[in-house]
Design a protein around this ligand. Structure first.
Ligand SMILES: NC(=O)c1ccc[n+]([C@@H]2O[C@H](COP(=O)([O-])OP(=O)(O)OC[C@H]3O[C@@H](n4cnc5c(N)ncnc54)[C@H](OP(=O)(O)O)[C@@H]3O)[C@@H](O)[C@H]2O)c1
Length: 217
């Protein structure tokens, strides 16, 4: 694995973005994080919540890493230009939740889940749905070394096989067993109301719950 592979970008310096940043720093990644404005506006937050990560702009995050976590409020991802993440592995960690995001007709009606809409907005990004399943407290408290007892699993879904494999490896490095959920449309099972959402399952339990999930589209 090259030094470049051990770089991670995170767009969104909020609750889940900084939690993922902490896990990535602990796993040896070189992490850059952005918010919606200049680096100075999130510098203290990043310093306190994810020491070792670098606060920067979204353009600089994109230059920094080939793998980027999108962790902005779901009602705001369309603020980012269509070509912002061209060629990048883009981990969609967002969940559409009406009480927080308001009513979004496109997302509410999306038959194959919100990540398919995200992929349409960023057509040349290699979108992988993942890191969205657990609340940030759970994400923080449940990460464990490989092989540790009671290790929890996180799933990933994508139409890009290579991107999916890279994210499965990242999940393991971040402290979770990784489960291949299938193509991007299967990401709907990881979203609110999906069988895997919020569940602290082992890899076997998660894989079996995904197989048993009735087709929702
Ligand atoms: N909270 C959780 O436990 C959790 C768990 C899994 C998934 N999620 C999902 O992850 C997403 C983020 O949730 P959160 O709870 O972390 O939100 P949050 O605490 O409100 O943080 C959102 C962050 O995104 C930044 N942001 C907003 N618009 C942006 C833009 N256009 N470009 C770059 N950065 C932007 C905000 O920066 P500014 O302050 O500069 O606007 C803020 O740093 C949501 O979709 C949520 O459903 C949350």
């Amino acid at each position: 694995m090259s030094d470049r592979d051990l770089r991670l970008g995170i767009v969104g310096a909020g609750k889940i973005g900084t939690t993922i940043a902490r896990a990535a720093i602990a796993a040896g990644y070189d992490v850059a994080v952005s918010g919606s404005g200049p680096a100075a506006r999130i510098a203290l937050t990043v310093d306190v919540l994810a020491p070792g990560a670098r606060a920067t702009t979204t353009d600089a995050v994109v230059r920094h890493a080939d793998t980027i976590v999108l962790a902005v409020p779901t009602h705001r991802f369309r603020e980012l230009p269509h070509d912002q993440f061209d060629g990048k592995v883009l981990i969609d960690a967002m969940n559409y939740w009406e009480p927080i995001d308001g009513e979004d007709d496109e997302l509410a009606a999306a038959p194959h889940g919100s990540s398919v809409v995200v992929q349409a907005h960023f057509p040349a990004a290699r979108v992988v749905k993942s890191l969205n399943q657990l609340g940030y407290h759970d994400f923080e408290e449940r990460r464990r070394a490989p092989g540790a007892p009671h290790r929890v699993a996180i799933a990933a879904a994508s139409n890009d096989r290579q991107a999916l494999d890279e994210v499965l490896e990242l999940i393991d490095r971040l402290g979770f067993d990784a489960v291949d959920a299938g193509d991007l449309a299967a990401g709907i099972t990881l979203e609110p109301d999906g069988v895997a959402f919020g569940a602290a399952y082992s890899a076997d339990e998660l894989a079996s719950s995904l197989r048993l999930d009735p087709v929702r589209f």
